[in-house]
Design a protein around this ligand. Structure first.
Ligand code: SF4
Ligand code: SF4
Length: 352
């Protein structure tokens, strides 16, 4: 079985992108320990230690691996970008989290693809990875020709843009590898200029062109960080209640007329711009009913209310006071702290 047959099978399985890389360390693998040692991963402990070290080489996940079959699936629902959202009573949710959680469905489809390949190529060992496995997904996707690792640290495909979920099949099959995609950011710096928190660090020749300092990123604060969001950063979060897409929204390769879209039900904007008032007054039960099976579930009820309180404080909407006062008396101390901050912020904005 050759790489072209695999790409055909991947397309038939519903993946817009597919390519093959060799299962060996990459330039990014060499840079990864430095990213960790600079502390850019913040409190995401699962990225360091023995599990982090596994990212050096995919053969730590599957010793017999010779090739990495990389796939990409478009998740971009045809809906406006966060940079166009201007309603103060609404929050914003990162694009990938608008609908159902993709991890299980993508894994199932990759297992289905692997079974199809086995029917053709005979028995081989394989391991499916989607997002949470310790493998540098973008580095292999780049090597497999799916796109380049851009200054905003996302993988961008020239035809499709960057609204793409990545997955891999590590396999013992010895396959022809693709050519890495060329870097096409050129002199553009729109994502770096637009990032409200200055989260990108230029790396130079030591690794990829830029790295993300997660400790300065809205996605990290609103999704990964448990406990308190640093007070000095709360005002930078705007009305983001779960994740942030600004550095992708402004990218010319993602212009709405150019970026690929999907009509898949699970990615449609069910939760794109929820009413802040509605979110802030949800009970635990209502939170479970609304967000079970979606990525937002991961933030848990109190963590999500923390984000909603911050977004209300930043909204510039004078009508949030009564709701914030109620949140300032909430059971969870973390919600209370952020609601009190939001009240002070909203009062200050009102006085101005
Ligand atoms: S996701 Fe938002 S905060 Fe994070 S780097 Fe991109 S623009 Fe900056
Ligand atoms: S905005 Fe410009 S620099 Fe940033 S990722 Fe897109 S093309 Fe690259």
């Amino acid at each position: 079985m050759d790489s072209e047959q695999i790409k055909t099978a991947a397309r038939e399985a519903g993946f817009e992108l597919c390519g093959v890389a060799r299962a060996e360390p990459t330039l990014e693998s060499a840079f990864y320990p430095e990213w960790i040692s600079r502390g850019f991963h913040g409190k995401m402990g699962y990225l360091e230690g023995p599990r982090g070290e596994m990212r050096a080489d995919p053969r730590t996940l599957l010793p017999s691996a010779r090739s990495v079959i990389c796939v990409g699936q478009v998740y971009n629902a045809p809906y406006r970008y966060s940079t166009e959202a201007d309603e103060p009573e609404k929050g914003w949710v990162a694009r990938y989290a608008w609908g159902r959680d993709y991890h299980d469905t993508m894994k199932n489809r990759l297992h289905g693809l692997a079974r199809t390949l086995r029917d053709e190529a005979g028995d081989f060992e394989y391991k499916v990875c989607v997002d949470t496995s310790p493998i540098l997904e973008r580095a292999y996707a780049h090597r497999a020709g799916l796109g380049w690792i851009a200054k905003n640290t996302c993988l961008i495909n020239e035809q499709i843009g960057s609204w793409v979920l990545l997955g891999e099949i590590l396999t013992s099959l010895e396959l022809d590898a693709d050519e890495p995609a060329p870097f096409r950011c050129g002199t553009c710096t729109r994502c770096i200029d637009a990032c409200p928190t200055d989260a990108f660090v230029e790396i130079g020749d030591a690794g990829p062109s830029h790295a993300l300092d997660a400790r300065r990123c809205i996605s990290y604060w609103t999704i990964e960080l448990k406990g308190e969001i640093p007070e000095e950063n709360r005002g930078e979060i705007g009305r983001h209640v779960f994740g942030c897409d600004i550095c992708q929204d402004v990218c010319p390769w993602n212009r709405p007329a150019r970026a690929a879209t999907t009509d898949a039900e699970e990615f449609q904007p069910a939760n794109a711009e929820p009413s802040l008032e509605e979110l802030a007054t949800m009970t635990q039960e209502q939170f479970n009913d609304r967000f079970a099976g979606t990525p937002i579930e991961r933030s848990r009820y109190a963590g999500f209310l923390r984000n909603v309180a911050v977004a209300m404080g930043n909204s510039g909407n004078p009508e949030v006071m009564a709701t914030l006062e109620r949140l300032a008396e909430f059971d969870d101390p973390n919600v209370r702290v952020h609601a009190l901050w939001a009240l002070r912020k909203a009062e200050g904005d009102k006085a101005r």
